[in-house]
Design a protein around this ligand. Structure first.
Ligand SMILES: [Fe+2]
Length: 266
């Protein structure tokens, strides 16, 4: 499986706090059958003041520790961005790491406030569309307005929004209403992705295996594979590729300079 939403990078939001926490989470992710994982720390103005510059060094630290331990999982970097005026400014300045691409558009993982669908979301979607950016909305099944009026999710989907359900909602850990709305959204074919939104190893682990079991009974194995592997793979191919080419060019330039110094010493 490929997990496109979690808080595994240490010390920059309310997820993992130490590098040891992060490694424990990655081990749990491996046990859950996750082969690739996109780290998506919060960017939430005034609460978690992150952007690409604050996230990247912590991500690189985690990546090198993971490589050193030879954990059998690939990781890449994006962010979960709270809808706000700051978000629009950060996006304009290129400070928001993207989640990947879908049907030729760049994608950003967006978080709505929990109580409602924010006013002006239609304008925001149109503004993003003009820049060829498509929002992936995180956990619509936990938004109070969508819980009350699920058909409002259909209106957002009609405007081109993609949806990501949280694994723990599917398996009932966020209560029966979130579970029912998850099922409703899946029945209406509004969901493209299921992800863990993991924060820690105890209360909010990367529990994809349990969700996969439930999805098999709700939508069948073929659709479950789409939601947890095929669609996330299509979405994130560009960011994993980018990372591979960066690692390659780093290795390449290191090899090059080693060769240069060796030749000079001879
Ligand atoms: Fe999250």
């Amino acid at each position: 499986m490929i997990d496109i939403h979690n808080h595994i990078i240490p010390g920059i939001d309310d997820g993992a706090q130490t590098l040891e926490d992060s490694i424990e989470l990655l081990k749990l992710a491996v046990d859950n059958g996750i082969q690739k994982l996109v780290c998506t720390p919060h960017m939430h103005a005034g609460r978690f003041d992150n952007d690409v510059d604050t996230i990247l060094p912590h991500f690189i630290k985690l990546l090198s520790k993971k490589n050193k331990l030879k954990l059998p999982i690939e990781i890449a970097m994006a962010a979960e961005v709270r809808i706000s005026d700051e978000f629009m400014m950060q996006l304009k300045k290129g400070r928001v790491p993207m989640l990947g691409q879908w049907e030729g558009a760049d994608c950003v993982l967006l978080e709505m406030p929990h109580a409602q669908i924010p006013m002006g979301i239609d304008n925001l979607i149109n503004w993003l569309k003009r820049q060829n950016i498509r929002p992936v909305i995180a956990h619509p099944e936990r938004n109070k307005e969508i819980m009350r009026y699920p058909e409002r999710a259909q209106a957002l989907a009609d405007k081109g929004v993609l949806f990501q359900l949280t694994a723990a909602s599917v398996s009932g850990q966020f209560g029966s209403q979130a579970e029912e709305i998850s099922q409703w959204l899946l029945d209406k074919k509004l969901v493209q992705f299921v992800a863990s939104d993991a924060h820690n190893t105890t209360r909010r682990p990367p529990a994809m295996k349990a969700a996969a079991g439930v999805l098999d009974t709700w939508v069948g194995e073929e659709e479950r594979i789409k939601l947890t592997h095929t669609n996330p793979d299509v979405l994130t191919q560009s960011i994993f590729l980018k990372q591979h080419s960066q690692q390659y060019s780093q290795q390449h330039s290191q090899q090059h300079s080693q060769q240069f110094y060796q030749e000079k010493e001879q």
